[in-house]
Write a protein that binds this ligand. Structure first.
Ligand code: FES
Length: 126
């Protein structure tokens, strides 16, 4: 049911943890299954220089969080903002249709973290 890549990212998730002095934090939850995901980013010159995640969820949620941190690392913010749930699923070699909603969480949490960073930047300029 799951590809080797999904199993690999589930068993050995990359970039797990927290960034205590993160520049942006995004938390999203899925009200249906109750799973939660938080993504922390460190930004330098509009580029994501570090990214970590904490996920309380199913195997697919863990694998998609791990994959999205790899996709977003070192990317400029505008490119990271364009990463979709399909990009995450494709990079994992596909997800079972019933598990596609799990990859929503990863894309949404990343986008929320970027928005949080942008909001803080605007706040600092005032
Ligand atoms: Fe909820 Fe996967 S079942 S995120």
């Amino acid at each position: 049911m799951y590809t080797e890549k999904v199993m690999d990212h589930f068993r050995n998730p990359r970039n797990v943890g927290e960034i205590p002095d993160a520049d942006g934090v995004g938390t999203v939850g899925n009200p249906v299954c109750g799973d939660m995901m938080t993504i922390f980013i460190k930004v330098k010159e509009n580029r994501i220089v570090d990214i970590k995640f904490k996920t309380f969820g199913c195997g697919a949620a863990v694998a998609t969080s791990s994959m999205i941190t790899e996709l977003a690392k070192e990317k400029p913010l505008d490119e990271a903002m364009k990463i979709t749930r399909n990009d995450v699923a494709d990079s994992l070699g596909g997800l079972p249709p019933i598990k596609m909603h799990c990859s929503n969480l990863a894309a949404d949490a990343l986008h929320e973290a970027i928005k949080d960073f942008e909001k803080k930047m605007r706040g600092n300029k005032k």
